[in-house]
Design a protein around this ligand. Structure first.
Ligand code: MN
Length: 246
């Protein structure tokens, strides 16, 4: 007799796993993303940037599915859009569960396993249409292959996050460049705020928001995303799935 309590009814999908520099793989649980975390990007999107830390209000959060992760840099141009945009972002990987309750911002760094650099790929036309109607952003943000990410570098290898910069080049031209010291909400702040809303766990990733300069990507574009001096992601936009030579 089949044991129906322990047998999967369908094959379980494997977790997304990201290589760690020096060996090992990081299994991904959830992907949290922060919107409008650089004033220059908030302005280019038509939002009002806070004038000071005291006026920053609440951070904007959204999620992507864990299986949106791409680790080989090859991103098929997504279906359903004519305006795929790049957003380079610092990626924070959590290696420990947060204790129950709200996380103290000063102890947040104890959760951090490491860092990477990634793209929060966005179907900008769908996101813009959703925003205009006051609807959720999911179709614009949370789609297959929407989260290419570099290998992860352990936190012990990164000394001063505030001194680091992000740079995105597309076909050899710099499209985005920003300093992590310009984040409206830094990593500790974001973990504190997220812990008010979710039980943070080992395996969670946080995409920390993008600086100004977002723009379109086309099939054939080659990109290099850098957390300067720490880690790089090399990738390309490939033909949409289902349109390749069989
Ligand atoms: Mn973003």
């Amino acid at each position: 007799m089949t044991n129906t309590t322990t047998t999967d009814a369908i094959p379980a999908p494997p977790p997304s796993r990201i290589p760690v520099r020096g060996g090992g793989m990081f299994p991904v649980r959830r992907i949290y993303c922060v919107g409008r975390n650089f004033a220059d990007h908030a302005k280019e999107m038509g939002a009002v940037a806070p004038a000071s830390k005291a006026e920053r209000g609440q951070p904007v959060f959204f999620l992507k599915p864990a299986d949106a992760i791409v680790t080989d840099g090859v991103v098929p141009y997504p279906h359903g859009t004519h305006d795929l945009h790049h957003e380079i972002e610092l990626v924070v990987a959590l290696g420990r569960d947060a204790p129950a309750g709200v996380l103290d911002a000063h102890s947040a760094d104890k959760l951090i396993y490491g860092y990477g650099v990634g793209l929060d790929l966005t179907r900008r036309d769908l996101q813009t249409a959703a925003k205009a109607k006051g609807l959720p952003w999911d179709t614009g943000k949370a789609f297959d292959h929407s989260a290419p990410v570099s290998e992860l570098v352990q936190a012990s290898q990164v000394r001063d996050l505030d001194a680091l910069t992000l740079t995105l080049q597309v076909n050899g031209q710099t499209r985005q460049h920003g300093a992590l010291s310009d984040l409206i909400w830094n990593v500790d702040d974001i973990l504190h705020e997220l812990s008010k809303l979710y039980a943070l766990r080992a395996g969670d990733l946080i995409f920390m928001g993008t600086p100004a300069g977002v723009g379109p990507l086309q099939v054939g574009d080659a990109f290099v995303a850098r957390l300067d001096g720490i880690v790089e992601l090399h990738g390309e936009i490939a033909v949409p799935t289902g349109t390749g030579v069989a």
